[in-house]
Design a protein. Structure first.
Length: 455
């Protein structure tokens, strides 16, 4: 084949592939870690393992349908892989690669002894029955075989999966490993079969704790607490609905909520208990009394103190970031803000509390569940929540301190880079995401070196 005579026109489209974004975020951070060797950097950014399985299921409508699922172990350097399983029609191998990498950095930011993993099955739960979902779960887990295990890779809930799904994961794995304590193979289980008290709310609660700590530390000028703050929450599932309820209980005025069908708005504040009751009865917030409809796009553009994206990736992008008027973006979802949007918000002085810190409450309490399962114990909910608060405070402090340290020490870093002949683009002040990555990548690389994984 002959070489093209003209180069293709550069694309003006923003890169929205989640794994490309995860890699870009990582590479932005390693520029501030001048001691890392190029080979180690390459090893850290790539996943250790990707398993793709394909299986047929006889669905309740009598058809036989094929489903594809992926499980990625991004890193086992700091411990067993850890991360949720998602059921969604947009699941791809690259999305799961990204989600698994984010788990590695998240576990390092909150300092729980896990690596990063994630799983996803490409399916549309809105078109499947409960028994279809049970069969999909069981086939997926049995095909993954010993790629899962209490000391290997430990799943948990994510989008469109929940405690019931995790019970099926447990049961399938336990059938393959009779006579063992299999409880720690999966977290987010129902409480009466080894689940931890507080896990169901842990991600939303962690979002609240991280947000409160960051506000108390002065991250947003003139806003030091949630008392009276206006809040908009995109996504009303496990993370978004819990966050909305807890933010309201903490004194905030939640003026907008949304789900996949669209949003609801009331400038005087939404009755979150009524929204939860409607969601539990119908599945959605559509038609909520005493509110008006609002689109998901308009919700993201509301003039609020705090915006909590808690649905999916790529919600705040180059093409809509200019419309975002919130003073603080607090990421409940994984990957809701693209790098271009991050840059624009940073330049405008709008801080983004990054996913790998902000939504780490879920995996933190998953770790507590795993410990309880190994010790055959059940901690009370106050104990779990108190430990979670301490963890989120420490992690938030560590990220804010890392940002201050990096931005205060740029001269030294520049000098080190110049001395090593690594001079490239000048180092610029970092946002909270890059600071969190610097902290996380430094911790994972440190363990890789101590273990002799990287010589
Ligand atoms: N469940 C967990 O413990 C954790 C979840 N996350 C992340 O939080 C996010 C939400 O997860 P969950 O709450 O568990 O899922 P979920 O399935 O419980 O809820 C998802 C919510 O988002 C809504 N949604 C879906 N597509 C939407 C769209 N295009 N626009 C607006 N809303 C939309 C759904 O209707 C639903 O209300 C995901 O990014 C997930 O990876 C992060 C950490 C832990
Ligand atoms: O609880 C866990 O183990 C993982 C939760 C998760 O998937 C996430 O934090 O994105």
């Amino acid at each position: 084949m002959s070489a093209p005579t003209t180069l293709p026109a550069p694309s003006t489209q923003e890169e929205l592939n989640p794994f490309a974004i995860a890699q870009a975020q990582f590479h932005a951070a390693v520029r501030y870690l001048p001691d890392l060797e190029p080979g180690l950097i390459e090893f850290l950014v790539r996943p250790e393992r990707l398993i793709t399985v394909e299986f047929p299921i006889e669905t309740a409508d009598g058809r036989v349908q094929n489903f594809v699922g992926h499980r990625v172990l991004h890193s086992s350097i700091r411990g067993p892989g850890k991360g949720g399983i998602r059921f969604h029609p947009d699941v791809t191998a690259d999305e799961v690669r990204a989600l698994a990498a984010w788990m590695t950095w998240k576990c390092a930011v909150v300092d729980v002894p896990f690596g990063g993993a994630k799983g996803g099955v490409c399916c549309d739960p809105s078109e499947l029955t409960e028994s279809d979902l049970r069969r999909i779960t069981r086939r997926f887990v049995s095909q993954l075989g010993d790629a899962l295990g209490p000391f290997v890779d430990v799943p948990a809930p994510d989008v469109n999966t929940n405690a019931r799904t995790m019970a099926w994961v447990y049961d399938t794995y336990a059938m393959m490993h009779p006579g063992e304590n299999n409880l720690p193979v999966v977290t987010g289980k129902p409480v009466d079969m080894g689940g931890s008290l507080g896990r169901a709310e842990a991600t939303g609660r962690g979002v609240l704790f991280a947000c409160q700590r960051a506000l108390a530390r002065g991250v947003v000028d003139g806003l030091d607490s949630l008392d009276g703050a206006t809040v908009a929450v995109q996504g009303f599932g496990n993370v978004g609905a819990t966050a909305a309820r807890l933010f309201a209980e903490a004194g905030a005025r939640v003026v907008a909520i949304s789900d996949v069908t669209g949003g609801r708005y009331n400038p005087d504040g939404i009755d979150i208990d009524a929204a939860l009751a409607l969601r539990d009865a119908t599945g959605f917030v559509d038609g909520l009394e005493d509110t008006e409809p609002i689109s998901n796009d308009d919700l993201l553009a509301l003039d609020v103190d705090v915006l909590v994206p808690a649905a999916l990736e790529n919600q705040i992008r180059a093409d809509n970031v200019d419309s975002v008027r919130a003073r603080f973006v607090v990421e409940g979802a994984n990957g809701p803000t693209t790098p271009a949007a991050d840059r624009a918000l940073f330049e405008r002085g709008v801080p983004v509390l990054p996913d790998i810190l902000c939504n780490a409450g879920g995996v933190t309490v998953s770790y507590y569940e795993w410990v309880q399962n190994h010790e055959n114990e059940q901690w009370d909910e106050d104990t779990v929540n108190a430990k979670l608060l301490a963890k989120m405070d420490r992690a938030t402090d560590a990220v804010l301190d890392a940002q201050a340290r990096i931005n205060g020490g740029l001269d030294g870093l520049e000098r080190q880079r110049a001395e090593r002949g690594l001079n490239g683009q000048p180092l610029a002040p970092v946002d909270l995401r890059t600071a969190a990555y610097v902290l996380a990548v430094g911790r994972v690389a440190g363990v890789a070196l101590q273990r002799g994984i990287w010589p």
